[in-house]
Write a protein of this length. Structure first.
Length: 129
């Protein structure tokens, strides 16, 4: 259920799964999903995210633990990587939690430019007096 434009709330799925198929081949793993084929029941949210990214609209994703936020964003990142006119950067909170704004900006710049052919990002070095 989307409350406001630009906000996607991820909730537990309400549909009853095919229990026999799930017992035979469980779709969920401990680790997040990164391919669209492995993502179950999130097509509407993924479509909203793809539409928002095409429109240049910022989107806030929130929800309780273990409902698929990271998987959804990893699949979005994979889908955007296939587009020639889009560059996407995926950052996990755990890797940036101790960084200040400048370090976060540098990390984003390195990842963005690293995906550009023929572009070698050089970090400027501080010069002494």
């Amino acid at each position: 259920m989307n409350l406001l434009p630009g906000i996607i709330r991820i909730e537990q799925q309400q549909n009853q799964p095919d229990w026999d198929a799930l017992l035979e081949k469980p779709p969920y793993t401990v680790n997040p999903i990164s391919s669209r084929e492995g993502l179950f029941g999130r097509e509407a949210q993924l479509s909203d995210l793809l539409l928002n990214s095409s429109a240049g609209t910022s989107t806030f994703i929130w929800g309780q633990k273990r409902v698929g936020k990271t998987s959804l964003l990893q699949v979005l990142n994979s889908e955007l990587a296939r587009r020639s006119n889009v560059k996407s950067v995926f950052l996990r909170m755990g890797e940036i939690i101790d960084m200040h704004e400048g370090q976060i900006a540098h990390t984003i710049a390195v990842r963005l430019t690293g995906s550009l052919p023929g572009f070698d990002f050089q970090t400027p070095h501080a010069q002494g007096p």
